[in-house]
Design a protein around this ligand. Structure first.
Ligand code: HEM
Length: 352
């Protein structure tokens, strides 16, 4: 498992982050709004400009994008996800993580789905992804069915966005409206994936800045990390926490050590919380009990700025589920390719 070791080494190094121009422009618009009085022009701006620019990068996305060109799309995706989650409940979690890792590297553009070839190095084998992200076959299956129904029409990026929402809902999460119209990248960047995906060994300040670089707030970080209410982690990624850290419930550390030995067992899996196939608020209850699995999980409740929100979600499952849905809609809109940019891939693994 040398790749996982490299992943850890990589994550101990600081990463550069970039700010997206789209978020700068929306910030400027908000500043102008703040300066405006309650005049006619303010109302015009509020009613007509905000819907187009106020949500940042999703300006050109629309829930009805395929209403005429591929009306069966939502049903095809939902049925396929239902089959996949019935076969293996963890798949809902795996697809959610796939989408997070897509969106965080140059936007939600399906770049993570591209296979490496002799002449192309993509994101699949970046340290945070290799032997770790999963669910590619499920996306392939959906794409095949969508192509059969609506040839060369629907992007892989939109399929992944819809599949993610359906997976979360199938495991008990609150639904959200998926705006559509993303196009697929013709490129991918392994180095951007290595540098921009957050590390499980990061501290709170670093996690906050990696989300800020994507236009997401500290609250977004805390609620989106609640994605860890479903799914599992490999032992190597939480080993140092259970053996060396002090901000951890001792009986929890003992339990985890049983399947994550000090030496070896690096790919053994452990659940993030006690209900890894239920989208509930047990993740936050675990954090309050100092039972966070990853170092980065416990950073959200370690006498810092996010303690209060973690406590709120630990006491209010409905608030978490509602806020998670809203934050997912926001994350889903990071820097999409639209219009004539990118392409509609025929095969999600290959550029046309
Ligand atoms: C805040 C920074 C985050 C860090 C450092 C982080 C790190 C990790 C790590 C190390 C794993 C285990 C990977 C493995 O065992 O191979 C994991 C799994 C997972 N992550 Fe995150 N994550 C973060 C945020 C998120 C977000 C924002 C989401 C979704 C909105 C998410 C969803 C998931 C899911 C669902 C899994 C389980 C996947 C499965 O079981 O296949 N994570 N994460």
């Amino acid at each position: 498992m040398h790749n996982l070791t490299l992943y850890i080494d990589c994550f101990f190094n600081p990463s550069p982050y970039t700010t997206k121009p789209s978020f700068i422009s929306s910030a400027l618009i908000f500043m102008k709004l703040a300066m405006a009085s309650l005049s006619y022009s303010f109302i015009v701006v509020t009613l007509f400009i905000i819907p187009f620019f106020g949500c940042g990068a999703n300006a050109q996305l629309s829930p009805n994008f395929y209403a005429r060109t591929c009306p069966s799309l939502p049903t095809i995706v939902r049925n396929a996800m239902s089959q996949a989650v019935t076969r293996e409940a963890r798949m809902g979690a795996s697809i959610l993580r796939l989408f997070f890792h897509d969106c965080f590297v140059n936007g939600c553009d399906a770049s993570i789905l591209l296979d490496d070839t002799a002449t192309f190095t993509g994101e699949k084998n970046a340290f945070p992804n290799q032997n770790s992200v999963r669910g590619f076959e499920v996306i392939d299956t959906i794409k095949t069915r969508v192509e059969a129904a609506c040839n060369a029409t629907v992007s892989c990026a939109d399929i992944l966005a819809l599949a993610t929402r359906d997976g979360v809902v199938l495991l008990g999460g609150t639904s959200w409206t998926v705006a559509l119209g993303r196009r697929d990248a013709r490129t991918a960047s392994q180095s951007d994936a290595n540098n921009q995906l957050p590390s499980p060994f990061a501290n709170l300040a670093t996690l906050i800045s990696s989300f800020a670089a994507k236009g997401l707030t500290a609250s977004d970080l805390t609620v989106l990390s609640g994605g860890h209410t479903i799914g599992q982690s490999q032992c190597l990624l939480f080993k140092t926490r259970i053996y060396n850290e002090t901000n951890i419930d001792p009986s929890f550390a003992t339990t985890r050590k049983a399947t994550c030995p000090a030496s070896g067992g690096d790919t053994n899996l452990a659940p993030f919380d006690i209900t890894p196939t239920r989208f509930d608020n047990n993740y936050y209850k675990a954090l309050v009990a100092r039972r966070g699995l990853l170092h980065s999980d416990q950073e959200l409740f370690n006498s810092g700025s996010q303690d209060a929100l973690v406590r709120t979600y630990s006491n209010n499952a409905a608030a978490f589920s509602r806020d998670f849905a809203a934050a997912m809609a926001k994350m889903s809109a990071i820097s999409p390719l639209t219009g004539t940019n990118g392409e509609i891939r025929k095969n999600c693994r290959l550029v046309n």
